[in-house]
Write a protein that binds this ligand. Structure first.
Ligand SMILES: [Zn+2]
Length: 401
């Protein structure tokens, strides 16, 4: 509604809140900060029970050995409800005001995630997964089903008529579908004007298999299907070539950087500076459960570590600093999801998705905070804070923690 100096509070109140009774004023202490809510641009809700497990295998084996086994359980709607309620509560507690979720292959389970998000008041994109091949026989759909059910899912989510939740088209990755199905999904994207999320260039074996299946560079596979749009977010993007990055830049598609997952699954190190040099929008993703933590603060730290590791042996390479990763976690994430007109920072007219961070709560170094500037508090929070330091969470002005 308005942003100004403390001295001008009374004037602003008279101007904007003249008709409001009982307006509550919150004055932050010198150990508290008000910051924009975090955006998790890539998280798999059904994989939450596997957090911290199964990191002895690389991506393609990990999917078969651990992930599909767990994801098949979401035929059980009671189990789905239990897990999805827990995921939404937990991510909100960690300050994730917006999440871009891979839901289930199953439509009913995916709608339960929609209900959980609506119940707890998180802002979210939710996608029913499309997968017709390269998974167990009882955990794939036919090409006809996958399109029909996606259309139904988009319409069901839109019929909830809630501004906070949007459907998103979610082909799992280029090896999970045939080109014909991806082209049909590309047509749905146009028809309904929906966002798109998928994976790209996460692992060297995966990249090789995609290249040999389609005879094309990875990014060109999605482009051929009409899936690279300005509202497309691609997870990982570690091994993209310069030509592929130019293509993403031309299409306005973005990358979700998931450094924790890239380390846990030994996939590689994504160079965010290189993505920026091509003008690509970048946000952060926890990639639960490829990543072990549902916390974006943890993702910020992993992004710092990856960038610093990339700088070793490279002359003149400037690793990301705490302000860079704070940007990725907030406005960068909003841009990656094409929500920068609504969220990501505090500008008059945007939605109030915000966190009150309190570095005065017990964290072992309270006494050292006495002389911290706000920027120093933010730096301490990024390097040492956790969900206990997130005192309040607001989504669209409503308190949800
Ligand atoms: Zn993922």
């Amino acid at each position: 509604m308005a942003i100004g100096r403390k001295e001008d509070l009374e004037q602003a109140r008279a101007q904007h809140l003249a008709d409001e009774q009982d307006v509550m004023v919150t004055v932050l202490s010198d150990r508290q900060l008000l910051i924009p809510g975090f955006v998790d641009t890539h998280i798999h809700a059904p994989q939450y029970p596997n957090c911290g497990l199964g990191y002895d295998k690389p991506l393609l084996e990990w999917l078969q050995a651990y992930t599909y086994k767990l994801e098949r359980k979401y035929r059980d709607l009671e189990y789905s409800r239990k897990v999805f309620n827990a995921v939404v509560r937990r991510t909100l507690n960690h300050g994730t005001t917006t999440a871009c979720y891979f839901a289930s292959l199953f439509q009913d389970a995916s709608l339960i995630l929609v209900d959980a998000v609506l119940k707890y008041g998180q802002r979210a994109f939710i996608g029913k997964i499309n997968m017709t091949t390269l998974a167990p026989d009882d955990y794939v759909e036919t090409p006809e089903e996958t399109i029909k059910l996606t259309r139904k899912f988009i319409e069901s989510v839109r019929s909830k008529d809630c501004e906070l939740v949007e459907p998103i088209v979610t082909p799992r990755f280029a090896l999970s579908l045939e080109m014909d199905s991806m082209i049909e999904l590309g047509q749905l994207v146009k028809e309904y004007n929906v966002n798109v999320q998928t994976h790209i260039s996460e692992n060297t074996d995966e990249v090789k298999q995609v290249n040999s299946k389609y005879g094309l560079p990875y990014a060109n596979v999605y482009d051929k299907a009409g899936l690279l749009t300005p509202k497309t977010v691609l997870a990982h993007g570690i091994y993209l070539t310069d030509e592929e990055l130019s293509l993403l830049s031309q299409r306005g598609s973005s990358v979700s950087h998931c450094p924790d997952s890239n380390t846990c699954l030994k996939s590689g190190m994504c160079d965010v500076r290189r993505l920026f040099s091509f003008g690509i929008k970048v946000g952060l993703g926890t990639d639960v459960s490829g990543g072990a933590s549902p916390s974006i603060v943890s993702a910020m730290r992993s992004a710092l570590a990856t960038s610093i590791n990339l700088s070793f042996g490279q002359k003149n390479y400037k690793p990301l600093n705490y302000l860079d990763v704070f940007y990725l976690a907030t406005l960068g994430g909003a841009e990656a999801l094409s929500l920068e007109h609504k969220i990501g920072n505090f500008e008059v007219g945007k939605e109030f998705d915000a966190l009150i961070v309190d570095m005065g709560v017990e964290n072992g170094n309270t006494d050292l905070l006495l002389d911290c500037t706000p920027l120093e508090l933010l730096q301490k929070f990024i390097y040492t804070g956790d969900d206990r330091n997130i005192a309040k969470v607001f989504v669209a002005g409503k308190s949800v923690k």
